[in-house]
Design a protein around this ligand. Structure first.
Ligand SMILES: Nc1ncnc2c1ncn2[C@@H]1O[C@H](COP(=O)(O)OP(=O)(O)OP(=O)(O)O)[C@@H](O)[C@H]1O
Ligand SMILES: [Mg+2]
Length: 504
């Protein structure tokens, strides 16, 4: 067999954590290889080693049968390996070409960067990716999905033949995921080898030739897609029988706790949210869905106080909160699990402990007089870490050193544990493994059953479907439909989502 990459007994130890444990990974040349595994399984670490961003504690690597030492990303690129990170690395102020050529600009007349040739090559790559984007616009003006593909373009520009993508679809809507998978299939036809980390089995099945599963740092199996079932994969990932689906009892809502009336949000002269009305009752999960970019993000930002409203009213517990800042809304009992938990939800330079008690400082028992009670805070933080299975070697380490998913669990644990009467939760299962997703979902149901009003924002129709009591769909800034799971179906929701139908 012709392998693009072979690792032999690769291990990586961080302090007391074995992130990779004697991994023998074989990636067939010209194939698409999916890598699955729970949060903290060691997927990103292994890929960083292949890209020279981390050095293995032990083990060796071969690229096309040649033993190599990948001492740096520059060396990885020289070996034709490109890495598209979990978090974007583009410079927003620069154009696509400037980003592609950053640090490797060709020189014209001995001194001037030759952007004509950069832009020509950039255009060819964008054509290959079927992305006719402006070469003049700054990268920051493009959508998330466009930037994701620009990241791929950047790796190609730099000569990557082996492309590694770390959860590329976690930030994309279903339609955009399909488009990205199509692009990857096309790159495979061009002879590229692709490794893609994902948490979604369906993506692995739809695109991969081989699927590898990592668990607790070890490679537990690599299988041809045609020879493995979904149940088998789940068992390999979690190491036990699959957990059951979320069970939810029918029950009566209480009175209205949260109310949005005729809400409009204008961003840079564009109407992003248009005359939105809805209410959330005590004991209700109101699911808000839609294709990304249809105003959900701006709506949530307005509801939490991060963005001013241009018109309309937000009422919580009978009071108008429109003029309140984020802090005041939180203290009043509006907890919030943000979509981008890495930039919004955590202070990555603070310790795990500080992050967990953030917003909890007013808790009785956490202070006596002016002095914070360290023991009480630690006990509290340790309990959360156990409950949400956050993998952290200690409470003192920087939150920034946790894996992406573990950071997310930390924020979810903190916000849920406030036991507030109202909870806004955006994309709870994004970037989180199956087991934690199930736990988070059961916690949402438990909170609902004890009377909490919950606004759940998610693009995952299965999640919206199984959790919500009522479902609202946004399209082009409007709330075009409100329905109930028992009254609708996937196709109809899809119609609302693309704007071909509405019920309001
Ligand atoms: N720089 C680091 N310092 C200390 N520990 C680390 C570091 N990077 C990763 N780890 C730990 O190594 C383990 C594997 O992390 P890694 O990021 O590879 O997981 P992952 O499979 O990518 O998870 P996720 O799905 O959550 O992104 C985790 O326990 C993580 O906390
Ligand atoms: Mg990762």
């Amino acid at each position: 067999m012709n392998y693009a990459i072979e690792t032999h007994q690769i291990s990586k130890v961080f302090g007391g954590t074995v992130a990779n444990d004697r991994i023998n990974l074989q990636v067939i040349d010209g194939h698409i290889h999916a890598v699955l595994g729970e949060n903290g399984a060691g997927k990103t670490t292994l890929m960083k080693i292949l890209f020279g961003e981390e050095q293995p504690t032990a083990g060796t690597i071969k690229i096309h049968d040649e033993p190599v030492k990948i001492s740096s990303p520059a060396e990885a690129l020289r070996l034709s390996i490109g890495f598209i990170h979990q978090n974007f690395t583009l410079v927003n102020e620069f154009t696509i070409g400037q980003n592609f050529a950053l640090g490797i600009e060709p020189i014209k007349n001995l001194i001037m960067a030759d952007y004509d040739s950069v832009n020509k090559k950039t255009r060819d790559i964008l054509d290959l990716l079927d992305m006719p984007l402006s070469l003049e616009a700054p990268v920051g003006s493009f959508s998330v999905e466009e930037r994701q593909i620009i990241e791929i373009g950047k790796a190609l520009y730099r000569g990557a033949q082996i492309l590694i993508l770390d959860e590329p679809t976690s930030v994309l809507t279903p339609q955009k995921i399909e488009k990205l998978l199509d692009i990857l299939r096309r790159l495979k036809k061009e002879g590229k080898t692709i490794i893609m980390i994902t948490h979604k089995l369906e993506e692995a099945f739809s695109i991969a030739d081989e699927i590898s599963v990592l668990r607790k740092g070890a490679l537990v199996a690599t299988m041809a897609r045609d020879q493995v079932s979904r149940d088998q994969l789940i068992r390999l990932m979690v190491g036990e029988e699959p957990l059951s689906v979320v069970e939810k009892s029918p029950h009566e809502f209480g009175d209205t706790l949260f109310e949005v009336k005729d809400l409009c949000v204008r961003v840079g002269g564009r109407d992003m949210v248009k005359h939105v009305d809805f209410e959330v009752h005590r004991g209700e999960i109101f699911g808000l869905t839609g294709v990304g970019g249809n105003g959900q993000a701006e709506l949530v930002e307005a509801l939490t106080g991060m963005r001013p409203v241009s018109e309309g009213e937000i009422r919580f517990n009978g009071k108008s909160v429109v003029k309140w800042d984020i802090r005041k809304r939180r203290l009043a009992g509006m907890a919030y699990v943000p979509e981008n938990r890495i930039t919004r939800g955590t202070a990555v330079t603070l310790s795990v402990l500080d992050n967990l008690v953030m917003g909890h400082h007013y808790r009785p028992g956490f202070h006596s007089g002016f002095v914070l009670n360290q023991n009480a805070m630690e006990t509290f933080a340790e309990a959360l870490i156990r409950q949400y299975e956050v993998v952290a070697s200690s409470l003192e380490i920087n939150a920034g050193s946790l894996s992406g998913g573990n950071l997310q669990k930390l924020v979810i644990g903190r916000e849920f544990s406030m036991e507030t009467p109202f909870l806004i939760v955006a994309y709870p299962s994004q970037g989180i493994d199956i087991r934690t997703t199930k736990y988070v979902q059961s916690e949402l149901i438990r909170r609902r059953d004890t009377g909490c009003a919950i606004l759940l924002v998610s693009g995952d129709l299965d999640e919206i479907f199984s959790l919500s009591d009522r479902i609202g769909v946004m399209y082009s800034g409007e709330l075009v439909a409100i329905t109930r799971p028992e009254e609708t179906n996937r196709f109809e929701l899809g119609q609302y989502m693309v704007g071909s139908r509405r019920n309001r």
